[in-house]
Design a protein around this ligand. Structure first.
Ligand code: 5RP
Length: 229
């Protein structure tokens, strides 16, 4: 196992210990770090008393394979605790998300969770968002090339339609496209950028999660650092 994979497992184990003892419903974000969390859950007794709400078809498949009891957001009264991953985390705990294309459902789940925590390996903290990755934006299919032009103008960046490894457009669980915007400079004001992009017709959601994370658990070697806002 690589160092990064080991760190993902370490952060996942740490999150498992932080599930509140009175929690009944736990949200599952998406991505490989959350998949490590699901595998840890499958080995633990804690999972038997919990119901899980998955944010994507990817993590739903992992959770079903792990034998977890699943529900959906509209069939639970509250989500007590959600564990998610991130592509980048800034010092204010704003997040860049959407590497797996599940940003819209992840954000909905985050907003409706009493506690929203992020598990991450040591490569995820950055000084400013979009230092290392493009900004994912989910857009409706209708008029997507024109939406892309408005995004490129707003951000002064290069916009690419996300494709699968088979070279066809990636389709989100909501039936939309993802546009990845490569920026010339990292984002200096994530909230302003988010508001600006959300006002463009055709934009469904932006992979900037501003002020949503309650805690971030960053595994570095054999240690886990807890970051709070
Ligand atoms: C999916 C996400 C993921 O949480 C993010 O891409 C991190 O993924 P990984 O844990 O595989 O590094 O936002 O939309």
């Amino acid at each position: 196992m690589s160092q990064i994979e080991e760190e993902k497992v370490l952060a996942a184990k740490f999150a498992l210990e932080r599930i509140p003892s009175d929690a009944r419903v736990v949200g599952l974000g998406s991505g490989s770090t959350v998949a490590a969390f699901v595998r840890e859950l499958a080995k633990s007794d804690i999972a038997r008393r919990l119901t899980f709400v998955p944010a994507s078809s990817q993590i739903e498949e992992e959770a079903l394979a792990a034998g977890l009891r699943l529900s959906d957001l509209d069939h639970v009264e509250a989500v007590d605790f959600t564990v998610d991953g991130a592509d980048e985390v800034d010092p204010e705990l704003n997040l860049l998300k959407g590497g797996g294309g599940a940003l819209t459902r992840e954000k909905i789940l985050a907003v409706h969770s009493d506690l929203y925590v992020i598990i991450a390996d040591h490569t995820k903290p950055v000084e400013a968002l979009c230092s290392r990755h493009p900004l994912p934006v989910e857009v409706v299919k209708f008029g997507r090339s024109h939406t892309a032009e408005l995004l490129a103008e707003a951000l002064d960046g290069e916009v690419a339609l996300r494709k699968t490894r088979f070279g066809i457009p990636f389709i989100t669980d909501n039936g939309n496209y993802i546009l990845d915007v490569k920026l010339k400079e990292p984002i200096s004001d994530p909230e302003a950028t988010l508001n600006q992009l959300k006002s463009i017709p055709g934009v469904v959601e932006v992979g900037l999660f501003v002020g949503l994370a309650d805690e971030v658990y960053v595994a570095e070697g054999r240690e886990v650092r807890v970051l709070t806002p």
